[in-house]
Every structure is written in structure tokens, then in C-alpha cells.
Design a protein around this ligand. Structure first.
Ligand code: MF3
Ligand code: CO
Length: 246
């Protein structure tokens, strides 16, 4: 069942979104050559706590950290570790928070130092595919409009969308219905209504779509070990169109 949020609830998710935005702004300057991903996790946890919010991922199905940090061939759910960032890495940062009982979820991918033109392109296309998808988060449209927008955009550049992970509804719970695939057909899927809140999250591989899960049980990596990028926004569907909440 897809939960429809009231204006009051959307306002609470908007508050959570503002906090999440500040957390990202405070973390960004630390995401540089030489820092370990564990150190980034510690900063993230502190920034979330200082906002009187909770780290939504910590303990979720046993996930051990406040942030997912996925480097290069890692697609999503990278676990913070002693690994140090080096120039040329592309790093996806994915954070969810709970503030006063309402969730916001967002992700972005950054390059460390000078990254190759091909990696830059991958980041840019993934970013723009999300922007394109958000244009279709329209009342009385269909979920497939969003999914197909991502797929068409990404495939036009010769990249592939990951099929084994999806976006999702969010707000009262971190993960709600519906699942939002990054591939689909215009006009198909459930109808979209004002009050739906969607975490739309394209995961885009430079090479093939196939993935593997590492032995830690979490980290998804590309089977061909070519790089992958990830962006995510929490978006409300309103009578006036999409509103990006986080
Ligand atoms: N944004 C990712 C998702 O919605 C984060 C996973 S949360 C984790 O699936 F806690 F499972 F890591
Ligand atoms: Co998500």
C-alpha cells in the first residue's frame, strides 16, 4: 500500500530534508584525498546527532554505519572502512535520517581530485538522469514515466541502469511502497497522486548492469568492476508538480 501524506506530514519530511541537506554540506569539505571512509562516517554521525536527528541506516537490518560510502566499482551499500580516498576515486555518499518520526533519504557522487573524463561523464549523466526523472514525478502520471525517464536518459549515453536495486517510497518509514525501478515503460505502473513521497535513486554503471554482493553481505559491486555512480533525492508529488524535499 502506498502511503499518502498530509500537508502536515510533508512539512515534517521537508524539515528532515533541510537537516539532511545541512549534513551533506558539512560533510562535503571532508571528502578529500587521504580521509578514510570510517572517518567520514564518524563526522556524519556527529552532524546528524548535532541536529537532534537519528541516523536512519544505523542498525537498519543490521547495517553498521550512518552512511553508505561506495567507491568506484561499488554501486551502493559500501560500508565505511579504513580505506583512504585517493585522487581519481569517485565516491557515492548515501545518507538517511529520521527527524521527529519522519525520514529523508538522499545520495550524491563526488570525484576526488582529478578524475578521468569518462568518470566525470558517468557522474554527470547519473546526476542528470535523476533531474530528468523528477520532471515526471507528476500528479496523475504513472510510476513508469519516472522509471522510463531514467532508463532512456542513461541508455542514450551507452551506460546501463542497475536492475537489482530500486528507489522507494519514504516518509513515515525509510522504505515504503512503491518500489521505483530505474527502468520501465511510460504509462505503466501505479498512478501517482499528490501526497506521495518518493526516494528516486538512479544507480548507473559505465559497463554492464550485472552486480555481485561482497562477502560483507552488503556492498554491491559491478560484476565487470567498471565504475558506477548514484544520486538520490526525496521528492514529494504535489498538486503543483514535484517538490524536492531532500
Ligand atoms: N538509500 C539506500 C536505500 O534506500 C540506503 C540503504 S539503507 C541501509 O536502499 F541501511 F540499508 F544501508
Ligand atoms: Co534510498
Amino acid at each position: 500500500m502506498v502511503l499518502i501524506k498530509s500537508k502536515d506530514e510533508i512539512e515534517k519530511i521537508r524539515q528532515a530534508g533541510k537537516i539532511l541537506k545541512r549534513v551533506f554540506e558539512r560533510i562535503n569539505p571532508f571528502v578529500k584525498e587521504g580521509i578514510t571512509t570510517e572517518e567520514i562516517d564518524q563526522h556524519t554521525f556527529q552532524f546528524i546527532c548535532s541536529e537532534k536527528a537519528q541516523a536512519a541506516f544505523k542498525g537498519y537490518k543490521g547495517y553498521p554505519a550512518s552512511i553508505c560510502i561506495s567507491i568506484n566499482e561499488e554501486i551502493v551499500h559500501g560500508i565505511p572502512s579504513k580505506r583512504k580516498l585517493v585522487p581519481g576515486d569517485i565516491v557515492s555518499l548515501d545518507i538517511g535520517i529520521n527527524f521527529n518520526g519522519y525520514f529523508a533519504d538522499a545520495a550524491l557522487t563526488l570525484g576526488i581530485g582529478k578524475v578521468s573524463p569518462a568518470m566525470k561523464r558517468l557522474i554527470e549523466v547519473t546526476h542528470d538522469s535523476l533531474r530528468e526523472a523528477i520532471r515526471y514525478a507528476l500528479p496523475y502520471g504513472h510510476l513508469g514515466d519516472i522509471s522510463s525517464a531514467v532508463q532512456k536518459f542513461v541508455e542514450a549515453y551507452g551506460f546501463s541502469v542497475v536492475r537489482q536495486f530500486c528507489g522507494h517510497g519514504t516518509g513515515r518509514f525509510l522504505h515504503e511502497q512503491p518500489e521505483i525501478p530505474n527502468f520501465g515503460v511510460v504509462g505503466e505502473g501505479i498512478k501517482l497522486y499528490p501526497g506521495m513521497v518518493l526516494a528516486i535513486e538512479p544507480m548507473v554503471n559505465e559497463g554492464g548492469e550485472e552486480l555481485e554482493i561482497l562477502d560483507n553481505g552488503w556492498t554491491a559491486v559491478t560484476k565487470d568492476r567498471r565504475p558506477s555512480a548514484h544520486f538520490e533525492h526525496t521528492v514529494a508529488i504535489t498538486e503543483n508538480g514535484p517538490e524536492v524535499l531532500a
